[in-house]
Design a protein. Structure first.
Length: 388
């Protein structure tokens, strides 16, 4: 069986796989809205009704729009879910079918941390990083298929928008370097481009500092919740209540998780499992990071993530965001012309073995956003997390 035939078969079933994953995601999204999930929905509803506070911009906009439309802003969150996941799935699909050799991407496609993360771990999905996925997938698609002029316009537009994204969630500043990396991989460095980019990034840094200086407190959380319902129920919990927790509490909480739940070794194991899916495309990964500036920007993002990991438990989410971002970068540099490997062939036995390995990789583990606790620590054997 030739590689060309295998690629053609994969590209025929790819839309079925992605549509199925998207519809399951949409079904889960509706459920989150119905039960008023205080984390996955509540995070989007943080607003300025208790005064200026970090993460409040998007929720304030939803609150205003909800008043205009005479509907509760939580229902508008569903539209945000569908838009962001829809953009990510759509542009990823276009980039994947644009690869002349898609076989090396199979393990990434079926992995539990690219398209299936929010299905395996619904509580970890539907968070504000899906804004990053939507915009980064769009930018990579433009960089891959459009003119340099359109890429510049799109890149500067996203950078101009990024301060608003940071005011929606300050954590997202950590992944700003990935957008710059996309631009560097396709455009030559000039003084004008450097100055424009530096100016727009500086605005994002100001937005981050402003957010950092306004962390919120319990009174702010109460006013936010009361703006969403007469008695604040059920919104005074989850992400909104978390605004009242200071850095000392956050550090202590993370330290307790590390001490009690074997956090570090567990997530080192999951990083290894994530790494396995990138082995077939390792040449493309090395191509991305051979640029010293790209390596520096990636190091800044990883360094910011390590600092964040001292204050937040969601280490699985942080790994997930980096994995998706690198996946999109790999799609950017992936070949778009025929190569000699297309003429090679695989026996039916090898095809069956590869299919079995991909299936096993997809179903016998997943990347939990919050690690293990005493209720499921017994499941952390073999591939660390067996979903049953």
């Amino acid at each position: 069986m030739t590689i060309h035939a295998i690629d053609s078969w994969i590209k025929r079933i790819l839309p079925v796989f992605l549509l199925t994953a998207f519809f399951v995601t949409a079904f889960n999204a509706v459920e989150h809205i119905q039960i008023k999930n205080v984390w996955t929905v509540g995070d989007w509803l943080i607003n300025y009704q208790g005064g200026f506070v970090r993460r409040g911009l998007f929720g304030e906009a939803l609150l205003w729009l909800g008043n205009v439309l005479s509907i509760h802003p939580s229902y508008l969150v569903l539209g945000v879910y569908l838009l962001c996941y829809g953009m990510f799935f759509w542009f990823s699909y276009l980039l994947l079918i644009g690869q002349k050799n898609i076989l090396p991407f199979v393990f990434l496609i079926v992995s539990p941390f690219i398209f299936l993360f929010q299905i395996h771990d619904a509580q970890g999905g539907f968070r504000k990083e899906i804004i990053i996925f939507a915009l980064l997938a769009w930018l990579v698609y433009v960089a891959k298929t459009k003119s340099l002029r359109k890429l510049e316009f799109t890149f500067y537009f996203i950078l101009a928008l990024y301060p608003l994204i940071i005011l929606t969630h300050e954590m997202l500043a950590i992944w700003l370097p990935y957008f710059v990396i996309v631009f560097l991989l396709r455009a030559k460095i000039t003084l004008q481009r450097t100055m424009i980019t530096a100016f727009l990034i500086a605005i994002s840094l100001v937005a981050f500092w402003v957010s950092f200086q306004n962390p919120g407190d319990m009174l702010t959380a109460v006013k936010i919740a009361l703006a969403l319902s007469p008695d604040g129920s059920p919104w005074l919990g989850g992400a909104i209540r978390a605004l009242a927790r200071d850095m000392e509490y956050a550090q202590q909480s993370v330290a307790e998780r590390i001490a009690e739940n074997n956090y570090i070794s567990f997530y080192l194991g999951t990083i290894f499992l994530v790494f396995l899916a990138f082995i077939p495309v390792r040449a493309l990964v090395l191509q991305i990071f051979k640029n010293p500036l790209v390596l520096i920007l990636f190091g800044i993002s990883v360094g910011g993530t390590l600092l964040l990991a001292m204050l937040a438990h969601d280490w699985g989410r942080f790994i997930y965001i980096h994995a998706v971002s690198i996946f999109l970068l790999v799609l950017l540099v992936g070949g778009s012309v025929e190569n000699n490997t297309k003429k090679a062939g695989l026996s039916k036995l090898r095809v069956a073995i590869l299919a079995g390995m991909a299936l096993a990789y997809a179903v016998v583990w997943y990347l939990p956003h919050y690690g293990l606790d005493s209720n499921n620590i017994s499941k952390s054997y073999l591939l660390y997390q067996i979903p049953f």
